[in-house]
Ligand binder design. Sequence first.
Ligand code: ADP
Length: 471
Amino acid sequence: MNRRSIRFRLTAWYALILMVTFAAAGAVVWWAIRDSIHSTVDKDLRSRLKAMRTYVEKQSSTPDAEPVAEELAEDAALSGTSFRVLGSDGRWIYQAPETQGWALPNEDASHLPNKGKINTVMTDGKPMRVLSAPVQLGPNQLALAQIGVPVEEYYEMLNGVTWTALLASPLVLLLASAGGYWMSRRALEPVDQITRTAAEIGAYNLSQRLPLRKTGDELDRLSATLNSMFARLEAAFRQITQFTADASHELRTPVAIIRTTAELARSKPRSPEEYRKALDGILTESERTSRLIEDLMLLARADAGADSIVEEPISLAECLRDACAEVGILAEHKGVCLEVSDPPECTIRGDQQAIRRMFLILLDNAIKYTPSGGKVGVNLSIERVGSGQSAVVEVRDTGAGISPDDLPHVFERFYRAAKDRSRNTGGAGLGLSIARWIAERHGGEVECESTVESGSVFRVRLPIIIDQFQS
Ligand code: ADP
């Protein structure tokens, strides 16, 4: 048996508590029996004393005390009681032979209470209860009467009970401990099962779950909690695996293009113009790869909670104006009209670079997915939410829109609408997931409404800091 196991410790504690309870209960019972023996015997002694006094009173006319004592002795002998009477002059008026060995302290009859005093004495190795009390023998004589009753039989019975209890208790203790061990074993059996199953669960069988016995007890609740933990781990693990697979897939294409372009350029002598074209291609793909790697690293750091987002008061209008200015040329180049309504001043707490990046992603998408001649509108407004305020930035386009099938997924990592995957117009499908992460990291949210062929609206809500100058 493992000494550190809960089972062993439970049983040991159980046995210890049982032993202490046994000992305490045994002691109480022993005292109770002894007390009851004494009170029965003492009651008997007192009734004898009473009888003696009544008798002596009746004979009080007798001038000599000795004949009275003798008569009493006869009566006592019949009932198995021994007694002796000591006169006030220190002379024995009567002394039964068996009372000679009573080792009692010298008592003065005049100092004893009327009901007397009881002692247990040993005579010839046998216990006796002896009552010492004052008795009026005649008008002028206060004698000391000592009446004794043997209690050996009672004590023997008490000893018998004590020995039986002492001998039986180890057996009872052993049986109870064995029962306790069996019970704790039964109760803790599911723990062993949980341990075994949990030990089997690894990276390759994360979908395995602990069995539930549906008893609703603590161990079942533990299994259910562990199961939900396994489910979360499985989801996280799946997400990481998916992320790694998607990331490597996305990286493979540009690396393959770079390699083939270089190989092709090197395969035979080429004109400087051809070399320049090949190098341009390589440069474009390298830039794309660098951007992709940066995005991947940003998301990986975000997942690990190790992002470098700073939190300081920033002007949202300024960020928006900057981002719009940056994509202005792109819109112009594409023949898309970019309309920016004059944004009201508002301060938020956050990272200027990140917020600008979020706007750039939304604006870039809007321009990218809007055909030439279309329009992209940008608007910043302030909304009251409860006791605070939120800034709402809307990027509205008149582009291709997003189909209802794609709409719930556009914020997922690596998700691209089916037609974009084939057309290869978009990026790796990470833009919107980064935008959403930035919004959420600033305590805000981003949502999208879209109608196919008529355009989309991306709406970002961010909490505003209300400082004393604004309020
Ligand atoms: P990508 O880098 O491919 O643009 P995003 O995460 O930014 O990745 O966008 C995911 C998908 O959402 C895109 O592939 C595109 O199909 C769709 N999408 C995003 N913005 C728009 C928009 N303004 N209009 C239409 N479709 C959009």
